[in-house]
Design a protein around this ligand. Structure first.
Ligand SMILES: [Zn+2]
Length: 1081
């Protein structure tokens, strides 16, 4: 290779350019030409970092001349260099990217590279614009990336300081040296594996130098007392130091630098060829030349030191440069690389705990210990905590090339030395060898005697001791043969001894192998209090004691030791079982995660993987629960809660069976009291809700509803199936008779445990309110209502609300408040009916329903109503869909979209019999919004056909008017020239309906009806008819736009109250959800 290029140091040329430029310019172009050309095109491979872009550019003409100099320019991630020509090895100028502040386009294909102290002007060749643009954009990108990577590795230190610190740390020597052939001294810096030449120290600090000399395959030799030669494969540099002593130092450091890069050629260069390995896996420092061979990370010297301190059992540290024998196989580091390995080790590092190259040794110590000893930031394997499954997965993975998965398994607890189950290939290593997976073999070998045995320790200072009665472990909890044992929980180990004085334990289990802790009901298994531990092996350990305090304390400490610290909320209540389960969310069954759960009654608390907060499921409100496929090894229970589908995986092991039956019991049961029933979102028993909706839909106008008796056998059968699983029962018209359903509701309320009023005792104050004054009694009822448990309160509210609706139709169903109260008094109070005070109370509750239950109908805005209808109707909002609540008259000839702030409930109450509310798509809205967006003026005036009700019927009464609408009023003029309007109405007093009554024979179908209510007694209706749909839209849009402003002045609205919607929705017979577009033609 040597003969491919001539290497002659041309002093003359260098001097020439130097002198020439110094003569012609002040200081700008003061480079030195170190002639060393390759006879063939320059091979950029010898650079440490790959070249991003290179090519010819013209460089700043020296002052006084207009002739640009043609230069070969090369950019890599760290430096921009330019050379005399493309064959040169050593640059004329080298500019550190980090010193470049900006890159600017200037006129005439030129661009500037601006550093703090200098500006370099370049010009693209051939007047080609794209060449210039390319350079500029690549330069900008490189600068940006450089900034990003610096920021990344220097998270916690301030920018410039951090940069300097990291650069300085790599410099092993710097100072002035004479270079033979040059008159002036050069400032020489030895940094990592390179020697940088600067004209002076100032240049160095500015990041602008002459060139860099890569030291790979270089040699250094002293030639005289003060001089020495630095020889690379390209050329020899002769330097003269200031003193003999200085020369010795320079030679020594340079030799170290050479051997450094020499030895690194073999291993480090190869390992660094994977880009992710060019920075320390822990702190991000560049050129890491150490590695932990078992943890598979490449490290800097500082971090390697900390690793070494952890001991061989944790981290086996090797030098990339000195321990060459350790690197017979280094493919592993190429295959993995710091980035991929950190996906495991560093999956969850809080920014505050990040390490950076300038971190001190204490920070390093803390970080490295947390990362590798405690596995604090690692990505937990889905099988974490299940020893058998982990081992099994390990035996499978090592047959493949997926070393990363092996790493994840091993450092999440898989046993490298486990028995594979195959006597021929008993160990994982032998399996990997058999399958020819040499990298797996290498990894396993390095981890042969490193243990993750201290898995759960770190955060567990929990310890507790004491006597408990214990049975022999079994696959189920057996009650015989309890023996007294001295038990100890310490460092995540639960062990037991014959007695307090025994030195050898009679048994122990790691808490990390315990799947589940179950607290037994009192008295079970013969002891006052007992608990069970379900071991990963499938065995169950039963412990008992008569003292509740003793057992409670054990349950508390074991619970804490069992769950991760972040899941502590799971054990801070009176749970029945706590433990871990694999689960998936959504439809997918794949890649289950490990979650922590605790269950008690109807409450299931859960901490899902990656979450930091405990979630809560009320099992009574589950939308669905079902089990899935069963085999010896698999099975699952699926919970659908608030639209979320959670699939808990299990097998035939006893702990899963326990979870399953516990969850099923928590679902609610039809024979329990109200608060143990299946519930709706609003805490009303599903049975009650089902019956009420059915009657609301089909029975409101049914004569004698709730008084007629129905068919007893049908009632009993229906109630039985509802009590069995109300959620599964669909009451459908035709199959059920309204009277049967009405009687099911009555019977349920009459028989439910403790009743709606929460027991006889609690119901007495209701029956004996002290005041004669109605208003007094209402406030007493309110107080009593408040004292009811939530489910009772919600149930009573739902029933009374329903009765209120029923009596609205008394004309048809003959059931007024009094009649209903006679029926429901004894039903709700579960009395025999001899005392009529029950009926009186119910009648007053219906009468004062709005007061007592705090239902003020005015609060619900049209917008809230629409949202709620869509939510309940399960209609997802779609782009371009606009829903409105319309007030529609009986013939559907006219309809008005309510303003979003209008109080829908108040309007509803004021409706006459011929009107109703409909929530449906507003088919004009999109066109109106487009029009409004483009509108310059918020007013409109044009000719329109007009009529009012006073016109004669049957005749075409529409005539042309000039119609003017602006921010204040709507005015109609008979003539264009008229000065006085024929009619006028303030904008805020207008209500605009789409459509005109057909009997008025409007001249087109593009009409609107304007209701004008300026004064209470002055209500006018004007009919305005447009020529086209487009015109109608413009008018409607203008009205809407003006009225948005006028509505904004109204008061603020109360917050969303779900109960109000329930009130509203009990009137759901009035609300139609129209899913299709309606056209008004
Ligand atoms: Zn480091």
């Amino acid at each position: 290779m040597q003969n491919c290029f001539h290497s002659q140091f041309s002093v003359d040329e260098a001097e020439y350019e130097d002198i020439e430029e110094n003569r012609r310019t002040s200081v700008d172009e003061d480079s030195i030409y170190l002639g060393c050309t390759l006879s063939q095109s320059f091979n950029p491979d010898f650079h440490h970092s790959p070249v991003i872009k290179m090519g010819w550019l013209h460089k700043t003409p020296p002052q006084g001349t207009l002739v640009f100099q043609k230069r070969w320019v090369m950019l890599d991630a760290q430096y921009l260099r330019y050379f005399q020509n493309e064959k040169e090895v050593y640059s004329k100028r080298i500019i550190a990217i980090l010193s470049v502040t900006k890159v600017l386009n200037v006129g005439g294909q030129k661009f500037e590279v601006v550093t703090r102290n200098r500006t370099f002007l370049f010009r693209a060749e051939n007047n080609s614009k794209s060449v210039r643009e390319e350079w500029v954009s690549v330069l900008k990108e490189t600068i940006q990336q450089h900034c990003n990577s610096m920021e990344k590795s220097l998270m916690n230190s301030s920018d410039t300081r951090g940069q300097r610190a990291s650069r300085v740390s790599l410099i092993s020597k710097q100072g002035y040296l004479e270079m033979s052939g040059l008159r002036s001294k050069l400032y020489v810096v030895i940094c990592a594996d390179s020697v940088f030449l600067y004209r002076n120290a100032e240049e160095h600090s500015q990041g602008v130098g002459i060139t860099s000399i890569e030291m790979n395959l270089g040699t250094v030799k002293g030639t005289d007392k003060r001089s020495f030669n630095l020889t690379t494969i390209y050329r020899t540099f002769s330097f003269v130091a200031e003193s003999e002593q200085q020369r010795e130092q320079w030679v020594e450091v340079l030799q170290a630098c050479v051997s450094h890069s020499l030895s690194s050629n073999a291993v480090a260069q190869k390992i660094w060829s994977e880009e992710a390995n060019q920075r320390c896996a822990d702190c991000g420092a560049p050129h890491p030349d150490w590695a932990s061979v078992n943890l598979c990370v490449v490290l800097c010297k500082c971090c390697a030191g900390v690793h070494r301190g952890l001991g061989q059992s944790v981290s086996k540290v090797r030098s990339l440069k000195m321990d060459e024998n350790a690197w017979t196989e280094n493919q592993l580091f190429l295959l993995l690389g710091n980035d991929k390995v950190n996906l495991f080790w560093a999956a969850n590092i809080p920014p505050s705990e990040m390490l950076c190259p300038s971190s001190d040794s204490e920070e390093r110590q803390r970080f490295v210990t947390a990362k590798y000893c405690q596995g604090k930031y690692r990505c937990y394997h889905a099988l974490f905590g299940q020893q058998e499954a982990l081992n099994k997965a390990l035996c499978n993975t090592i047959q493949t090339g997926d070393v990363l998965e092996t790493l994840s398994l091993v450092f999440c607890g898989a046993d490298v030395n486990c028995y594979t189950g195959d006597p021929e290939l008993p160990s994982p290593v032998s399996v990997a060898q058999h399958y020819g997976q040499t990298l797996q073999v290498e990894f396993l070998t390095h981890n042969h005697n490193t243990g993750r045995s201290n898995e759960t320790k770190a955060a567990l200072p929990i310890s507790h001791t004491g006597y408990l009665f214990k049975t022999a472990s079994s696959t189920r909890a057996v009650t015989e043969h309890f023996s007294r044992r001295w038990c100890s929980l310490n460092q995540g180990n639960f062990s037991y001894y014959e007695s307090e004085k025994s030195s050898s334990q009679s048994g122990q289990m790691k808490m990390s192998d315990v799947l589940c802790l179950v607290v037994n009901p009192q008295g079970k298994h013969g002891y006052g209090h007992s608990f069970e531990l379900y071991h990963d092996s499938g065995r169950v350990y039963l412990f008992g004691e008569d003292s509740p305090d003793t057992v409670r304390e054990w349950i508390k400490v074991i619970g804490k030791a069992l769950v991760p610290p972040v899941a502590e909320d799971l054990v801070g209540w009176s749970f029945e079982r706590v433990g871990r389960l694999r689960y998936t969310v959504g439809q997918s069954f794949h890649c289950p995660c490990l979650g922590w759960f605790s269950l008690g009654g109807s409450r299931l608390l859960l901490l899902l993987h990656g979450e930091d907060q405990v979630d809560n499921i009320d099992l009574r409100k589950l939308q669905e629960l079902f089990t899935q496929g069963y085999s010896e090894t698999s099975g699952a229970v699926v919970l659908v809660d608030r639209g979320r589908r959670l699939r808990l995986e299990g097998d035939r092991r006893p702990d899963y069976q326990g979870w399953l039956s516990g969850i099923q019991q928590g679902l609610g049961r039809g024979d329990g009291p109200l608060d143990q029933q299946q519930l709706t979102e609003t805490e009303v028993p599903v049975i009650v809700d089902r019956c009420i909706s059915y009657i609301t839909q089909h029975g409101l106008k049914s004569e004698g509803i709730y008084r007629r008796c129905g068919v007893n056998s049908k009632i009993a059968a229906l109630l039985l199936s509802l009590r069995h699983d109300a959620r599964q029962v669909r009451l459908s018209e035709g199959v059920c008779q309204v009277d049967n359903v009405a009687n099911v509701l009555k019977r349920f309320l009459r028989e439910v445990g403790e009743g709606v009023f929460n027991g006889h005792q609690a119901s007495l104050p209701w029956l004996h309110t002290t005041s004669d004054e109605r208003r007094e009694r209402v406030s007493q009822y309110k107080a009593l209502l408040h004292s009811l448990p939530p489910v009772n309160r919600a149930t009573l509210g739902a029933v009374i609300n329903h009765l209120y609706c029923v009596q609205c139709f008394a004309d048809e169903n003959q059931m007024n408040m009094h009649n209903l109260a006679i029926v429901f008094g004894p039903t709700l109070f579960q009395t025999d009916g001899t005392d009529n005070s029950a009926g009186q109370v119910v009648e007053e509750l219906i009468q004062n329903y709005q007061d007592i239950f705090n239902v003020s109908g005015s609060a619900v805005s049209a917008e809230e109503l629409v949202c709620e209808v869509l939510r309940r109707g399960n209609i997802p909002p779609q782009q371009g869909d606009y829903w409105s609540c319309f007030l529609v008259n009986d013939n559907q000839e006219m309809e008005r979209p309510l303003h979003y702030q209008e109080r829908a409930l108040a309007i509803y109450f004021s409706l006459g019999k011929d009107c109703h509310l409909v929530v449906k798509r507003n088919c004009y809205m999109e066109a109106m919004l487009i029009y409004i967006a483009a509108m310059v003026d918020v007013s409109r005036n044009s000719m329109i056909k007009f009529s009012d009700e006073k016109g004669q019927r049957g005749k075409r009464t529409f005539s042309r008017r000039l119609c003017v609408l602006d921010g204040t009023s709507l005015r109609l003029y008979k003539e264009v020239k008229s000065t006085q309007p024929e009619r006028e109405c303030q904008v805020h007093a207008l209500k605009v309906y789409y459509g005109i009554k057909k009997r008025l024979q409007p001249p087109s179908c593009w009409g609107m009806t304007v209701v004008c209510e300026q004064a209470e007694r002055d209500k006018q209706q004007w009919y305005l008819c447009c020529e086209s749909k487009n015109e109608l839209i413009k008018w409607l849009a203008t009205f809407m736009n003006l009225q948005v402003v006028s509505f904004c002045v109204t008061e603020t609205y109360s917050t969303f109250l779900s109960s109000l919607f329930d009130f509203f929705f009990s009137f759901s017979f009035f609300i139609y959800i129209a899913l299709t577009h309606t056209h008004y033609t």
